[in-house]
Design a protein around this ligand. Structure first.
Ligand code: SF4
Length: 725
């Protein structure tokens, strides 16, 4: 059933009238703001609940259809400014997280050697006592590695860890750390911007995978649709510069292949031409600084280094500066190099040159919402590796994990496993047994997000605070992680108990909202505002207020990207990219996402190696041959798929498979390309340089069996080595 914004507002009582949805065949549907009591469960009658998707860090608004107490379907919240009723495949598949047969069903303690993955049940009371005893035994020696949780939970985690003198690290693999670091350098602003794609007339993207997994893919997917088709007289032009033809590049008007790690240099060349041809919109003072920076660069030398012809560079520059509303963005492979931050600073400079900051079709920095507990500064891989370098072991004696799986997302070459091996005690709050949780001594499983209270602050892109409520009664003997931390604070006593005196997390969330509303809409009684926020799925305003930009940083010369492995011994650049469905591996335990064909190769349920057909020919490889990929750090095997979208010297592989734990759908399926990577970092951002390792390939003489899906007019056909399946 489609639920548009008007219908949605009617249903939640904020629009004209009525609670019956049109076109529902007599069914009554309503949005209600709490867990259904038994008497409200009427067979055949659907209720809709508004909440927040937590399958990635974007935090889209969702509405969940619940019948007989079971969540049946998830749609995008039509009223939420971020995703405006749309949802990606991962959001749709979140039901398979809720009903996943491999969820951890209650507290567990280790039974066997650490890391074997053998556990036995333990009563909650005993489990809590063991955890609190460990906290008391290691004052100042506790580290919490958590996924980013912007909202009340971030405040709870931060306060808790500060009070016990511990460390909290909000870690996101391949986070947008270089983008934040670059924006700090260029604009002096510490949060992410919104890119007004919808009103851009010329989009020049350096590797940003905004149609698959960058920042907020649903938000940018909608904006991109508007840019191309939303205006009667203008169809925005889109050029993607990147070494590999990604799904985003495949949607562009023009794809410009480039040597990995040289994207920043190309941006410098374009910037130089804009200035030289007198088209920069800069103040006199800024112009002098920029001229001083650009002067030493020569276009032909840059053409030589980037592999982009001089005429192409001139064309890109002219197209860019003559466009009515040009916009340059950068991300993905361009930022996942050892010079990632400098590259993005050079790209930011193009926007400064054409003066598109806070202009229609340009970059906007919106005023943050002012929600009280929103700080969750996201860290990159370097912050985790610094744990390893702490000389005193007691400073990481108690390791806690919240929905974070660093033993899977960090390459073995970083030797991060040592932190786990040396920890005195490891506690995980994960609902799934992944690689890192398998190392735990104690597992205190969290509810799934559809069973939980919470909130999510979206800064920058569309200032909004989503409110998450439980849409179903918890299925298992799990407990919300917020309740666990509040209960531990209570047992711990002292200042910790005083600072975190809430009885449960729901009350804490409600109070944060009370403070927020007292500031934002003091005239409205809180109870009414709270119910409205629950019905609506949060709080937001139609328009954010732009933050003025005073700093205009000239680029710094991008250092040449570093690559590990000699060109002679390892002739190929290697790029492991987040898979559309499985992303960095989190989606691998959802069968719908395993079943989702890769948009460019159509492979499902496995790993593959993308090789240019010419290169494959040189190596005598046929499609589906099993090939060995070797780096200075590891070896993996996977079947070959011919991919003309790779230049001859680039090999790419999707991330997400190769789990050793993580349930029946993920375990021992495919390989994890991260095992090949060098421990190289982009220093200003502390992010892992995933594109910085060189590899070679060897034939194995064996055949692989990747399953490819062929979408025919008659439906989908699958092809394995033996033929149709
Ligand atoms: S982008 Fe997709 S996975 Fe991420 S929050 Fe939105 S719907 Fe969920």
């Amino acid at each position: 059933m489609d639920l548009n914004r008007r219908d949605f507002l009617k249903v939640i009582g904020l629009g004209a009238a009525g609670s019956a949805l049109p076109g529902c065949g007599g069914e009554t549907a309503k949005l209600i703001p709490a867990v259904l009591p038994d008497e409200e469960i009427v067979p055949g009658v659907a209720n809709w609940y508004a909440s927040v998707c937590r399958e990635c860090e974007a935090g889209c608004g969702i509405i969940v259809r619940v019948m007989e107490g079971r969540a049946k379907k998830i749609e995008g919240n039509p009223d939420h400014p971020l995703n405006r009723g749309k949802l990606c495949a991962r959001g749709q598949a979140s039901l398979q997280g809720l009903y996943n047969p491999d969820r951890i069903r209650g507290p567990l303690q280790r039974d066997g050697e650490r890391g074997e993955g053998r556990f036995k049940p333990i009563p909650w009371e005993d489990a809590m006592s063991r955890w609190v005893a460990a906290l008391q035994k290691h004052p100042g020696g506790a580290v919490l590695i958590s996924r980013p949780v912007p909202g009340t939970l971030a405040g709870l985690f931060s306060t808790f860890m500060k009070e016990i003198s511990g460390t909290v690290l909000f870690y996101e693999p391949s986070a947008e750390r270089p983008l934040r670091a670059a924006n700090r350098k260029s604009f002096g602003i510490d949060f992410l911007p919104d890119y007004d794609l919808a009103n851009t007339t010329y989009l020049l993207s350096f590797g940003a995978p905004f149609l698959s997994h960058w920042l907020s893919p649903v938000h940018f997917g909608i904006a991109y649709g508007e840019m191309r088709q939303g205006r009667p007289a203008v169809r925005g032009r889109f050029v993607q510069v990147e070494p590999r033809l990604s799904m985003t590049a495949a949607s562009a008007d023009r794809w410009v292949p480039i040597r990995p790690g040289t994207e920043g240099l190309l941006a410098v060349a374009i910037g130089r031409l804009i200035l030289k041809e007198g088209r920069a919109k800069l103040s006199r003072e800024d112009r002098c600084r920029f001229e001083k920076f650009y002067d030493p660069f020569s276009i032909d030398r840059i053409a030589n280094e980037t592999g982009v012809a001089e005429e192409e560079i001139v064309r890109l520059a002219r197209e860019f500066y003559t466009a009515a509303s040009p916009l340059a963005i950068g991300g993905g492979i361009a930022s996942e190099q050892t010079n990632g931050t400098d590259t993005l600073v050079a790209i930011n400079a193009l926007n400064l040159l054409v003066g598109n900051i806070n202009q229609p079709g340009g970059i906007h920095f919106f005023q943050p919402s002012g929600f009280p507990a929103s700080s969750a500064e996201v860290v990159g891989e370097q912050a985790l590796l610094d744990l390893k370098n702490r000389t005193q072991k007691p400073s990481r004696a108690l390791l806690m994990l919240y929905q974070s799986n660093p033993l899977y997302t960090l390459p073995p070459s970083t030797q991060f496993r040592q932190v786990f091996e040396e920890a005195d005690f490891i506690v995980s709050f994960s609902p799934f047994l992944d690689e890192s949780t398998a190392m735990a001594d104690l597992i205190l499983p969290d509810h799934f997000f559809l069973e939980s209270w919470g909130d999510h602050v979206t800064e920058g892109i569309a200032p909004a605070v989503g409110l998450a409520q439980p849409v179903v009664i918890p299925r298992y003997d799990t407990r919300p992680v917020g309740d666990l931390f509040l209960s531990a604070a209570n047992r711990f006593g002292g200042g910790l108990k005083e600072r975190l005196s809430w009885t449960d997390f729901r009350t804490m969330v409600r109070e944060q909202w009370q403070d927020f509303f007292a500031l934002r809409q003091p005239a409205q009684p809180f109870d009414a505002a709270w119910v409205e926020a629950l019905q609506r799925g949060g709080w937001w305003k139609p328009e954010g207020k732009p933050v003025p930009i005073s700093q205009r940083g000239a680029p710094t010369a991008p250092e040449p990207a570093r690559f590990e492995g000699s060109e002679k011994e390892f002739p190929f650049h290697f790029y492991p990219f987040p898979s559309m469905g499985l992303h960095q591996g989190e989606g691998a335990n959802r069968p719908w996402l395993q079943e989702l064909p890769d948009p460019l190769t159509t492979v499902v349920w496995g790993s593959w190696v993308e090789i240019n057909p010419k290169t494959a020919q040189e190596y005598g490889l046929a499609e589906r041959d099993l090939v060995r990929v070797i780096s200075p750090y590891g070896v993996i095997e996977a079947p070959v798929i011919f991919f003309p979208g790779n230049p001859p010297d680039l090999i790419s592989m999707p991330l997400g498979q190769g789990h050793t734990f993580y349930g029946r759908y993920a375990r021992e399926r495919g390989v994890n390309p991260l095992t090949l990577l060098a421990p190289l970092i982009d220093p200003p951002s502390g992010g892992l340089a995933t594109g910085a390792t060189r590899v070679r390939i060897e034939r194995t003489g064996k055949r692989g069996r990747p399953v490819l899906v062929d979408q025919t007019g008659q439906g989908a056909k699958r092809h394995t080595e033996e033929g149709e399946a």
